[in-house]
Design a protein around this ligand. Structure first.
Ligand code: GLA
Length: 379
């Protein structure tokens, strides 16, 4: 990929890139919608991601090219308005540039830029965080500035929250930034505090991407965020992480039915993440799998962010041999299911699950056997 992006850069900009960076996508392992509630979450950085090649320009022109659109977009350095339509992918690097001053960093002037990715789109593997972190590293490099990993992660989140306009938590950027092969990233989102947890050798990830996406997915994510904040307020805490399961039960009568369900999901899900860390340390993958499937059931019945298609995949996978557990991964409302399996689960078995899905829904999910990989880096 490094040679490929260097060759592409040469082809579209007629010169060599000065810097090449890469940041991985991520699998949300467990901790569904816990991050912006101040909770804990576990994620895996994967061996697929986004590459960015860049070289500075003196004339203040910013030339963006990507293999997402195969089109050059030229902006003046003074322009930082949100792009719409086909060019909207540029909002990720533009959002990163707009975030830099908030961290005491200066913005790059002109540059030639190329981005490419080997992440499947719409699979909930967070290509947006990957492009933010790869771009952040690239901009820092061409301006001769240094920032630690935590700052890079926060810059990416700031871009997403304030420029792109999604009220996400720190999961996606945190995992892309702190990822390590053969490990999971643990984030205590209140600090935030980042750590890694070794992944037992027999743990395999399979992604089933349904390619379904609720038309209102961004609005629904924002709605869940708002509902959680309202539930926290009704419980007299600033974030749901400060509420206990007992407190939520005690307040059941005074909360709306939805607020109760959202709060119950979040506080119990935080408990499952902490339990998952403990059983992972013991290498007890069956116990981890049970927690993963319980997480899905909670998303399905309490948080209300699953879909019929995702439930069907989880139900089918739960009945398969060699599967420890399965759950929706990411924001929900469509997207993908992740299964944690042992090494004996193979492509033939995955295709049996895909066949069952295709018979019911008339479309085949993509099946991807994912490996873990390292976090964002300059190459
Ligand atoms: C998306 C967001 C994350 C997180 C998950 C749900 O991936 O970007 O911050 O909230 O949804 O857990």
């Amino acid at each position: 990929m490094k040679q490929k992006i260097a060759a592409l850069f040469q082809q579209v900009h007629g010169r060599e890139p000065a810097v090449i960076t890469r940041a991985p996508g991520r699998i949300e392992f467990i901790g569904n919608h816990t991050d912006y509630n101040g909770g804990t979450v576990l994620g895996a950085s994967i061996d697929r991601g986004v590459w960015v090649a860049i070289a500075p320009r003196e004339d203040g022109q910013r030339n963006f090219y990507s293999l997402f659109t195969c089109k050059m977009e030229t902006l003046d350095a003074a322009v930082s308005v949100k792009q719409v339509g086909e060019a909207s992918w540029i909002n990720y690097p533009l959002g990163v540039i707009a975030a830099l001053p908030a961290f005491g960093l200066h913005v790059p002037h002109g540059f030639d830029y190329v981005a490419m990715s080997d992440l499947p789109t719409g699979a909930g593997l967070s290509s947006s965080a990957a492009i933010e972190l790869a771009s952040g590293l690239a901009f820092l490099a061409i301006t001769g500035q240094q920032a630690d990993r935590e700052t890079l992660v926060k810059i990416g989140k700031h871009a997403e929250n304030h420029f792109v306009g999604v009220p996400c938590g720190i999961l996606d950027q945190g995992v892309s930034g702190f990822g390590k092969a053969d490990s999971l990233v643990f984030i205590d989102c209140r600090g935030p505090r980042f750590d890694t947890v070794p992944l037992p050798a027999d743990a395999h990830f399979w992604i089933f991407n349904t390619h379904t996406k609720h038309a209102l997915v961004d609005g629904l994510y924002a709605a869940r965020h708002r509902e959680c904040m309202e539930a926290a307020k009704a419980l007299g805490v600033s974030l749901l992480v400060e509420a206990t399961p007992a407190k939520v039960e005690g307040a059941k009568g005074s909360l709306s039915a939805d607020a109760y369900k959202r709060a119950k999901h979040v506080v119990e899900e935080i408990g499952r993440v902490d339990e998952a860390v403990k059983v992972l340390e013991k290498g007890d993958l069956p116990a981890v799998g049970t927690l993963l499937t319980a997480s899905h059931r909670s998303s399905q019945h309490l948080f209300g962010n699953s879909t019929e298609e995702l439930d069907f995949l989880v139900d089918t996978l739960a009945g398969e041999a060699n599967v420890y557990g399965a759950r929706l991964t990411g924001g929900g409302f469509g997207g993908a299911v992740m299964a944690l399996t042992n090494a004996a689960f193979d492509d033939a078995q995955a295709q049996v699950v895909a066949d069952a899905y295709a018979r019911k829904y008339g479309a085949r999910p993509d099946v991807l056997h994912m490996r873990t990989g390292d976090g964002a880096q300059r190459l």
